[in-house]
Design a protein around this ligand. Structure first.
Ligand code: ATP
Ligand code: MG
Length: 394
């Protein structure tokens, strides 16, 4: 079927009082960005408290729906058939043809919801619904009317043109990106951090990311995997500036100077410090990690407290209470899972101790870090100065 437009349903952003127009404007501009990636020409417009995405040329339906259902703030996408007002008989024909194309199996209950935004239409809403309902029943013997709990609602809206739609494709919900500031995601090649980035971005937050790379212990392919994951997240969040930090010398230095059972924790503290440096430099209001309580030794409550201690910005950990399977489910939903499970080495696994501390003590860790005094500032400075910046876009 040829849908000329999509009606965009949005929920939460509708209730923001005075700020409502800011949210709507941001949603309109994010829908525009999303449609720029789709072949064809589209116009996004606001009309009487509604947002429409109208096709001005031929386009690929699947591709358009895929792009629209990745825009945060969108609760539902209704594909709309737009017809001219050429009298009631023509409208009834159009509605019947709409049902014929949209529903192969016509064994369903329905009602017609008619609305007149233009009061000069000869039938009022009730009459229009009743008359159209009658024509539909005549055309398709299998269907029946149920005005209370219909399986299908056929919406017919009389405006300057006429909109016909019945289907709502679920969107991701959340808030449009750009309504809530920016945060720095610590993005690794694992399953968790892309999901964490997705979840915070869903609340309207723009993302930047930092990846700690340890060549030659981690390969170019491991880095490429992180770039690929950033691209997957950016389908939702919009463009991501990715900082790739060469972390090798810092890791080797920690390995040389500190007890091996504390390596991961000390490394994680330096990661947080460097990520926070970039976060502050670019105006981020917080850090994001994929940590979840108890998942590994470095994510016990004690370990998280010790890692957190080096940060002054808030650290957002949206997966903190999630089980692995719950995280995997979201990872699959956002199409990141297949990429995340590619078996490339991670900079943490290479230097990991056989028996890492699970209940680190802050003063013991700080004491070990004094062994790094001689060179760590210089190494941090070099790591920051040699960081590669990659702009990732879907
Ligand atoms: P993930 O699946 O996200 O890699 P994980 O289960 O492997 O997480 P850890 O390796 O302990 O857990 O990492 C915890 C969090 O620290 C990650 O979710 C990520 O936010 C951050 N992190 C870990 N390693 C890196 C890295 N090499 N670069 C950037 N961030 C990292
Ligand atoms: Mg990891």
């Amino acid at each position: 079927m040829n849908y000329q437009a999509f009606l965009i349903k949005y929920g939460e952003i509708g209730v923001k009082g005075k700020n409502r127009h800011i949210f709507e404007d941001t949603l309109v501009s994010q829908l525009g960005n999303a449609m720029n990636r789709v072949d064809g020409e589209f116009k996004v417009s606001r009309e009487n408290g509604r947002i429409y995405v109208q096709a001005l040329s031929g386009y690929d339906y699947e591709e358009a729906v895929d792009a629209l259902t990745k825009v945060f703030g969108v609760v539902g996408v209704c594909p709309v058939v737009m017809v001219e007002d050429e009298g009631f008989d023509k409208l009834a024909e159009d509605v019947i043809s709409f049902i014929d194309h949209a529903y192969e199996d016509k064994n369903f209950t329905f009602k017609v919801a008619a609305r007149r935004a233009r009061k000069n239409y000869p039938l009022d809403s009730m009459e229009l619904a009743a008359e159209l309902g009658g024509r539909i029943l005549d055309a398709f013997p299998e269907v029946s009317v149920d005005v209370h709990t219909p399986q299908v609602v056929i919406n017919v809206e009389i405006r300057s043109h006429i909109n016909i739609y019945s289907q709502t494709i679920p969107g991701p919900g959340g808030m449009p990106v750009g309504t809530a500031g920016k945060a720095m995601l610590l993005l690794s090649g694992g399953i968790d951090s892309p999901v964490a980035g997705y979840m915070i971005s869903k609340r309207g937050v723009k993302l930047e990311a930092t990846y700690f790379h340890a060549p030659p212990y981690t390969s170019e392919r491991a880095k490429q995997k992180v770039v690929d994951l950033a691209r997957i997240v950016s389908r939702y969040s919009g463009p991501i500036k990715l900082n790739v930090v060469n972390f090798t010398d810092i890791q080797l230095y920690i390995y040389e100077k500190c007890p091996h059972d504390q390596l991961t924790i000390i490394m994680r503290r330096y990661m947080m410090m460097i990520a926070e440096h970039f976060a502050k430099e670019s105006g981020c209001l917080g850090l994001i990690t994929g940590e979840s309580i108890g998942q590994v030794a470095s994510q016990t409550m004690q370990s998280l407290a010790v890692t957190n201690e080096v940060c002054t910005l808030p650290v957002y950990r949206p997966l903190i209470g999630f089980d692995k399977q719950e995280i995997v489910d979201i990872s699959e939903k956002i199409d990141a899972y297949e990429t995340s499970i590619q078996p490339f080495e991670d900079c943490c696994t290479i230097f990991v101790a056989k028996h890492p501390v699970t209940k680190p003590n802050l003063s013991a860790i700080q004491k070990s870090e004094t062994h790094l005094q001689e060179k760590i500032d210089e190494l941090m400075k070099t790591a920051i100065e040699t960081t590669e910046v990659i702009c990732v876009e879907a």
